[in-house]
Design a protein around this ligand. Structure first.
Ligand code: NAD
Length: 278
């Protein structure tokens, strides 16, 4: 390195940092790509997954984390499990975490896509609990295990205003998740500088989306709307999350960074207009 020039090999300043990541299920998961990137940047990762079956699968993807005994199980729908996993992790980790990833969602599409106004309260509230309120519960449970300047990142969607029928009732739930960010920043500011941000991703190819009826058609349509004619890759959403986790994004908080490859600016795509009118 030339004298006087800065070492940019750790530009994101993630080497030696430590992160807690909720939501790896398989190789397609957004959280899988975030974990992989963080490890490549020299960070340590502790994973929390839904159940034992996923733990053994994820252990094969990250053998070093599994060997360290650092893949834990927690169903976030049960508050007592969040407290239990917090205590298990606290017993094995004295050092504070520099950040936390919440990459979780669940919606019961077993009845197929219903008109929005026919959504059952049970299905809606369960989806709110797992996909939205768990961010607040987890943040509350782990607050003392985070550094004073830690970064918390959740994965939202690019827009909650476009009423895509196939996305069903998850739109308003993601809107509530987005709105929670400001309130978490504010309440945590009483004792820390902890940041809360979201990555607002366009449609991806993951197991969560594969479970949405009619998703493939919507995914292919999105590809036509995107100026570059290529959907967002999961790695692209994950890269943005990694930036938000890093000290290099220190001035960003209570924001949703949209990663949609420009989908939202192209309602009037000429190719689609021609197809509809001719
Ligand atoms: P994924 O299925 O790989 O991840 C979802 C995770 O939620 C899984 O690990 C699953 O085990 C976990 N989960 C579900 N219920 C749980 C519970 N009760 N307790 C604990 N964990 C639970 O799919 P993904 O696409 O990587 O989803 C991650 C995030 O990205 C979600 O918030 C999703 O809404 C968001 N997202 C996805 C897309 C997309 O097109 N796939 C687009 C934008 C945002």
């Amino acid at each position: 390195m030339a004298k006087g020039s800065a070492d940019m090999s750790d530009f994101l300043q993630l080497s030696g940092k430590k992160f807690l990541i909720f939501g790896v299920a398989n190789k397609k998961s957004v959280a899988y790509h975030i974990t992989k990137d963080l490890l490549e940047c020299g960070s340590k990762c502790v994973l929390v997954v839904l159940n034992d079956e996923i733990r053994s699968r994820v252990g094969k993807l990250f053998p070093e984390i599994a060997a360290a005994g650092d893949i834990y199980c927690c169903d976030v729908e049960r508050e007592e499990e969040i407290t239990r996993v917090r205590d298990e992790i606290a017993a094995r980790h004295d050092e504070l975490f520099d950040g936390l990833v919440h990459s979780l969602a669940f919606a019961d599409y077993s009845r197929g896509i219903r008109p929005f106004h026919e959504t059952s309260p049970e299905a809606f509230l369960q989806a709110v609990h797992i996909s939205c309120f768990s961010l607040t519960t987890i943040a509350n449970a782990f607050q003392k295990m985070l550094t004073k300047t830690a970064s918390v990142v959740t994965i939202s969607i690019s827009t909650t205003r476009l009423a895509s029928a196939s996305y069903g009732y998850m739109g308003p739930i993601k809107a509530a998740l987005d709105a929670s960010l400001s309130f978490l920043v504010k309440s945590f500011s009483a004792f820390s500088e902890i940041r809360f941000n979201a990555v607002g991703s366009g449609p991806l190819k993951t197991s969560a989306s594969a479970g949405i009826p009619g998703y493939v058609d919507a995914y292919l349509y999105a590809e036509k709307l995107i100026p570059r004619r290529r959907n967002v890759a999961t790695e692209e959403a994950a890269n943005t999350a990694v930036f938000l986790l890093s000290p290099r994004s220190s001035g960003i908080t209570a924001q949703k960074i949209i990663v949609d490859a420009g989908m939202e600016i192209n309602y009037f795509d000429q190719g689609i207009i021609d197809k509809v009118n001719h």
